[in-house]
Design a protein around this ligand. Structure first.
Ligand SMILES: NC(=O)c1ccc[n+]([C@@H]2O[C@H](COP(=O)([O-])OP(=O)(O)OC[C@H]3O[C@@H](n4cnc5c(N)ncnc54)[C@H](O)[C@@H]3O)[C@@H](O)[C@H]2O)c1
Length: 254
């Protein structure tokens, strides 16, 4: 059941058709936000928005390719006109593909950088323009444990997520004057999403024993941290990256 939001605040969630984006959208709706659900997969974004409306929240869905600057600008303007100017952006759209660095095609490198890094910049910029004009807001980027520690066969993903981590700090520095905070969450292994075609049971059986908290994460674990970063309790937090990995980064293994 959605709580009444006294401010009528609006949150935009990209990747809202995906596992983490959907959980974030649900949590922000419970926190009282009206939620705009954006995704390349508009069917899944629409399912998220329908679920939020069924629970009593205001919510709309739109198709968006986050790597297309013109589409990002137009979509943020359009959804603001429909649901209201966002005070929160959670950018959860992202892709992950695997290829050894020696075999990684230029096109695949560019595609992952375009969606994960350029897409983050474009959405943050579009949201920040609206927020700055309205007097402030909160931006939360979904980074990764791969923002700080590399994996094998994911050089393009590592580079994109490393970029998201520093972009978050850079924007936090520049946008503070506009009362816009910019933070990131860095999930570890989160199950119940479509990011990889698994992780399968065999992979989990191998990896989970090495996670200090002895379990994989759930999208709701990430949503809880995002909720905090969008709450009044985090009004003095900017440029931070909150790691949600069950302690994975404390070990040498991700
Ligand atoms: N699942 C994990 O273990 C994990 C760990 C660390 C970080 N992350 C990050 O969390 C974020 C969400 O991933 P998820 O696990 O929920 O995966 P997911 O695949 O379930 O969700 C990602 C969503 O992004 C959307 N998307 C992809 N390309 C897009 C584009 N060009 N424009 C708009 N939307 C697009 C997809 O349609 C999908 O709905 C990603 O940035 C991912 O890198 C996930």
């Amino acid at each position: 059941m959605a709580r009444e939001n006294p401010n009528g605040s609006v949150a935009v969630v990209t990747g809202a058709g995906g596992g983490i984006g959907r959980a974030v959208a649900q949590r922000l709706a419970q926190d009282g936000f009206a939620v705009t659900c954006l995704d390349l997969d508009v069917t899944r974004a629409g399912e998220t928005a329908n679920a939020l409306r069924d629970a009593g929240a205001r919510s709309i869905a739109e198709k968006l390719d986050v790597s297309d600057g013109g589409e990002v600008e137009r979509t943020f303007q359009a959804v603001s006109a429909r649901l209201g100017t966002p005070t929160v952006l959670v950018h959860a759209a992202g892709i992950l593909t695997f290829a050894p660095a020696l075999e990684l095609a230029e096109q695949e490198w560019r595609r992952v950088i375009d969606v994960n890094l350029t897409g983050t910049f474009l959405c943050d910029q579009a949201a920040a323009r609206l927020m700055a004009a309205a007097g402030g807001g909160r931006i939360v980027n979904v980074a990764s444990v791969h923002s700080v520690s590399p994996g094998s066969g994911v050089a393009h993903y590592d580079a994109s997520k490393g970029g998201v981590a520093l972009l978050t700090k850079s924007l936090a520095l520049e946008l503070a004057a506009h009362h816009v905070t910019v933070n990131a969450v860095a999930p570890g292994l989160i199950v119940g999403t479509n990011l990889v075609s698994g992780p399968n049971d065999e992979y989990l059986a191998e990896v989970v024993p090495h996670i200090p908290l002895q379990r994989a994460g759930q999208p709701s674990d990430v949503a809880g941290a995002v909720s905090y970063l969008c709450s009044p309790a985090a009004s003095y937090v900017t440029g931070a990256m909150l790691v949600i990995d069950g302690g994975m980064l404390l070990t040498a293994r991700i």
